[in-house]
Ligand binder design. Structure first.
Ligand code: CUA
Length: 341
């Protein structure tokens, strides 16, 4: 049997490669990482050589190794100089990645929730022009400043291809610059244990060329995602298969069911009475690349499965399974949510 997630994971860049920078910020982190690794190798080699000399070397070298001069030079001077240099490098790099200074960069506010990501695109005045969830859309070749927050516990925002890693801490805003120099999809993940399904708190970053990106922000219309073939995501999804098989004709009213079953208490759908804010905004759900915060490809079948039994797909997440609904009702709600807005 194929692993549940292989095809989808490959499609959205999971697991994200840590040493494959796709932009200048990730590049600077990668260079420092290699230098740290290289220095580690050098120091290990020096210590191993000194150990060999101390155990089995000629008496003259042994005496030198134990001399006072060696303690001052290699024991104190060398580490002090090297470690101070690396510390300054690391602090300077961190400061440059987390500098909130406002230029004309696109700003995106990302708020961590247990266990998903609220995403708001801001205009130059800081007003929200578009609200979305669990994915970020970036313009290729331009820096983007992220405002990172959390509403509950500490999460950590990490897209290894595009920048460093930054904590999202309740009660404060942290900043992180990201940039993608080639169009494509990049995997992101929560890098701080935040309880329950922490390991299933992922997101997708899509980098677009300028024209596509302007269309996204102007019309609230993402470039139509290349939706993944549901057949390509095999395996343990009984809820999805059951619901998909029962996709109904003459379906009941999805919007009415959405309201009647309390979905609007947590979810917002612009232009309707659904105005809940504790769950992901579902206005643009039809254009979303993934479901469940990066764990499933978004299509009608997976959406039905998610509504019917999200607890089977992402155990412990805050949305209850709606297994009291019939397959026809689930299909109707999914069809309504899956309508482009
Ligand atoms: Cu959020 Cu781990």
């Amino acid at each position: 049997m194929t692993d549940r997630s292989t095809a989808f994971d490959a499609w959205w860049g999971w697991p994200p490669p840590v040493l494959d920078p796709a932009g200048p910020y990730a590049e600077s982190v990668t260079v420092l990482a290699w230098v740290l690794f290289g220095m580690g190798v050098v120091v290990t080699a020096i210590v191993a050589a000194a150990l060999y000399v101390a155990l089995a070397g000629p008496a003259r070298l042994k005496a030198k190794l134990g001399g006072e001069k060696m303690v001052w030079v290699m024991g104190i001077g060398f580490p002090a100089v090297v470690l101070t240099g690396l510390l300054i490098w690391g602090l300077t790099l961190t400061a440059s990645l987390t500098d909130p200074v406002r230029g004309d960069e696109q700003r995106i506010r990302v708020t961590g929730h247990m266990w998903w990501w609220d995403v708001e695109y801001l205009d130059a005045q800081g007003r929200v022009v578009l609200r979305d969830a669990n994915e970020l859309h970036l313009p290729v070749g331009r820096p983007v400043v992220l405002e990172l927050r959390s509403v509950d516990v500490i999460h950590s925002f990490w897209v290894p291809n595009l920048s460093g890693k930054e904590d999202m801490i309740p009660g404060r805003t942290n900043f992180l610059k990201v940039q993608a120099d080639r169009a494509g999809r990049y995997g992101g993940i929560c890098a701080e244990y935040c309880g329950g399904p922490h390991a299933l708190m992922g997101f997708v970053v899509a980098a677009h060329n300028d024209a596509d990106y302007r269309r996204l922000l102007a019309g609230g219309g993402f470039a139509t995602p290349a939706r993944i073939d549901p057949q390509a995501v095999p395996g343990r999804m009984p809820a999805i298969r059951r619901a998909t098989a029962a996709t109904a004709s003459g379906a009941p009213d999805g919007q009415a069911l959405f309201m009647a079953n309390g979905c609007a208490a947590c979810h917002r759908v612009a232009g309707t009475a659904a105005n809940g804010l504790s769950g992901p905004d579902l206005t643009h759900l039809s254009r979303r690349l993934s479901l469940g915060a990066g764990i499933l490809p978004n299509n009608r079948g997976t959406l039905q499965g998610w509504i019917a039994d999200s607890q089977a797909l992402k155990p412990g997440n805050r949305m209850p399974s709606y297994d009291m609904l019939s397959a026809r009702e689930v299909a109707a709600i999914a069809a309504w949510l899956d309508t482009p807005r």
